[in-house]
Every structure is written in structure tokens, then in C-alpha cells.
Ligand binder design. Sequence first.
Ligand code: GLC
Ligand code: CA
Length: 557
Amino acid sequence: MKKEWWHGKTAYQIYPKSFYDSNDDGIGDLPGIISKLDYLKELGIDMIWLSPVYLSPCADQGYDIADYYQIDPMFGTMEDMEQLLEEAKKREIAVLMDLVVNHCSDEHEWFRKACADPEGEYGKYFYLEKKKDGKLPSNWRSYFGGPVWEQIPGSEWYYLHVFHKKQPDLNWENPLVRERLYEMINWWLDKGLAGFRIDAIINIKKPQMFRDYPADREDGLCDMGTVLADTSGIGDFLREMRDRAFRPHGAFTVGEVFNAKDGELADFAGEDGYFSSIFDFRQTVEGKSVEGWYGARIPTMEDYKRCCFASQREMEGIGFYSNIIENHDEPRGVSYYLPEEARNEKGKKLLAALYFMLKGLPFIYQGQELGMENVAYTSVDEIDDISSKDEYQVCLAAGLTEEEAMTVVNRYSRDNARTPFQWNAKENAGFTRGKPWLRVNDNYRKINWEQQRTDPNSVFAFYQQLIRLRKNPEYQNVIVYGKTEPVREEEPGIMAYYRRSDKQTILVAGNFTQEERTLWIDEIDERSQVLLSNDKSVKLEKKRIVLQGLQVVIAVV
Ligand code: GLC
Ligand code: CA
């Protein structure tokens, strides 16, 4: 496999609005990020992805862009962005921005012009259609609820939005649109970005606008997943974007790809793929339902293990997944995947080691390194996220009580991960001296960086050790390139695997039950050596390892 500059990196996702507020307006900002670069360095990070900071009316927290060439004043200025690039470079931290090109904002100049003259040049930048026989063009359901078609006020035209109605989809079939997007991407890469995380990209290719699919809820609409499954030809766009923008810059790109079809993995993430990497979402999708959140089932640790191994097998010999336990769209991993009795420091380290040591690029989402947890919202009014609000209504429409609906929403809400970063035990967790835009999690006095920083047994310290291990020249090759081989895969309560190269084998073994367990493993002998564990007592004996409840061990065997 051809070696690339990003292979050994550890990446970190910053949700700028909630990271650190430098000017007391309650909103995290670019100067705030700059002031915390040393923190990231201390953790060991060498690549950061910023969720969007472009000019935006913020209907979907910046994923609705009004101008790709401007920084939103709430985050700072273009000079701040340039300074961030410069300061990051000094610290050898690569910077990725979020590339949101499936749609823009309805406040983008292009869309304003399209509305003013639907039949003119800019009308062709979007998907504009009229009703047919009094019916909307198609019965597709937007991800945030309701039909994907919205009327342009005062006209007979409807525009397509697969997300919120303030996020009109850009017409990728129009070569002029593609040109303007590539020009923009190149402009940013020329500024010194290392690459992009690419938002919702699988949506850029649509099947025929006028095709209905069987309804899957009482609203008569169908899920976008069904629509996308019936679409082909996205590769032409993605290849072109790669060749025109990413490749000439040697950029690293990671795609938010949920619905790659069987056999397409190499096209997306192989050596000659459209992207450098794509996220592994298998475990986040597990248990989800077209009915919505109320019909979903939370995966167990057994499901988690099965998903991880399936993805590792699938990607072997092809490329690298980007591995996560959470992001700004998901609940906190420790609250979601760990069984209730394991939601403690030991369990958090267990989950950390199990995902971090998989083959691929580990992404840490801000606060994950402290073991930040979900929030118990008591009312939907405390929630900002548009998808949570929609899912709450879906619950009520399905006959759930308000209380039951809140339980469902709390389980999945995107606002679980969007609360301010917990820096210390002072007011507002030290995130701001103003009023935070979103409520700080009540547990900040217990879970915060200041308190973990000096504690050698903290979750933070454990993440530091994991990162250090990944960078240790003695093991780096096997940790980055070694094959993943499940060990005792059928054994319930245990998730264990080897990472193997020609010269070395590393064992990662975790026990997610509360009881002591013994694993018989032929490879273990007197030369085997423990590299890291979340429990001081490690029993590595000839041909066996004894794991305490919730213990994880990383050893070279
Ligand atoms: C992606 C983003 C999500 C956003 C959506 C629309 O899924 O991660 O936050 O709402 O795309 O841009
Ligand atoms: Ca601010």
C-alpha cells in the first residue's frame, strides 16, 4: 500500500460554537480555538476538523452556508482563520474544514437570484420544478421531516431540499455549479488547508425528480435512503471533484458516506478512491429505523463488536476507515454504547481503547477525551437542534406521551454532543464568562479538563497514552498498517483482536462484563508485554490472560 502523509495521524473534531469562547458572547470562536491549540498539542492531536465556520444564518448550525468565502462574524474574521492556519502549522497540526456542497443556504446569493428569476441562469443552480397534475414532483421525505419540496413564495416553482427548507440542494448536474464549487475548494486549499471533511456528499446525485417510491410512514412520504439506493452515477461527480480540486493539492479528504453500495468501497476509499477515507458509520446506523428515533433500538456491545469487525474485514486491503464513537450528529459514545453499569471511568477507557486501536484513522470528538456524557433535557424547549425538534413531533404523532417522547429524544439528540466543552469547575465550565448559547451539562463539576489534567488515571490521561502509543516508532507500523484479526469472536462479553504485521502482533482485549474472565490465547508467552491497560493489575500468564470486569489490555504478544 502506498504510504500517505496522513496515515499515522490522530484527528480531532472541533465543534467551534461549543469549544471555547474568547469574547464572552456565549459562542465559541476562532480566537478561542487558537488559544487552545496547545491543549490539543498536549493531548497529542495532529489533525483537526472544524465544523463549519462560514457565513451562515445558522438554521442548521452552520451547515447552511450563505457565503463560502466569508467567516461568520460570530466565529471571527478571515484574519482569524488565517492566523489559525499559521498557528496550527507552527505546531504541526493539519487543519480540515467542513465542505458543505450538497446544499447552501436559502440566503446564499445564488438562491436569492434563483428565486428572483426561476427561469434564469441561477434557477439552474438548484432543482426547481412545478407541480405535476396538482401533485408535488415526488414523495421524498427530507431528513428533517416533511416533503423535500418547498414553494418559492409568489411563484409556481418548488425547490428541492433534502435537509431543512433553509438548505436548498445545489444542482450538481449543472457543470457551471460544479465549476464554481471547484473554484471555491481550490481557493481554500491554496490558503493552506490540509483538506476537508465532506458533508452529506452521497446526496449530490439524485434519481429522476419525478419518481415516487412506496410510502414508509403515514405521511405518504418515503425515506431518502430508499431514494439514494435507486441512484447511480455519483462517481462521475466525485472523480471530477477529486481530480480538479483535491488531488492537485495532495489534500486529505474524509467523506460522510452513509450509503455506499456493496462493492463500491474501493471506489470511495481505495488507493485511487474519490476520498482519502470515509467514516465508519456501521455502528451508528445499527438499530436505526425508517419510522424515526422512536422506532430505533440501541445497539448492545455485542452489536458494537460485530459492526466493528464487519467494517474492518470489509476495508482490509482496500484503505482506511475513519473511526469514531461519536460526533456532532450523534449522542455521546460512552452514554450510547456502554451498558449503564459500565458508564464509569473504567468503561470509558475500555471503549476508547477498543475503537482507537482498530485499523483506520481515529477521530476524537471534542470532550470525548474527558468522557463527556449525554444530557438529560427535561423539555424540548431546552433543545436547539432542528432534527431533535422534528423527531419529538414524530414521537407525538405516533402516540407517545410528551414524557416518552423526551426519553426518546434524549437518547439520540444531536444536542447531547453539542454542549459546551467542560474546561473547569468554574461557572459555565470555564467555556464562557457570558451566557452559553446551549446549556452546559450539569455534570461539569465532576467531568472537566482541569481536574483530569493532573490525574494520571483520568480518561484524558488514557487518551494521551493511546495517542502516544500510536506514535511510538516501535509499534507505529503495526498499529497503522497491521491487519485486524478478531480473537475469540464468538465469546460473549469479550471484544478482542490482533493487529498483525509480518514482524509484530499486538493484542487488544476488552471485557465488557462486570466479572473476571480468562481468555486462552496461544500467542501469549513469557516475552509478551503489556503496553497499556485501564487496570493496574494485569495478569498475563502463559497462554492466557485474565481480565477484570471492564478491563482492557493492549499487549505486544
Ligand atoms: C451532515 C452534518 C449534519 C448536517 C447535515 C446537513 O449530516 O453532519 O450536522 O445537519 O449534514 O448539512
Ligand atoms: Ca465568542
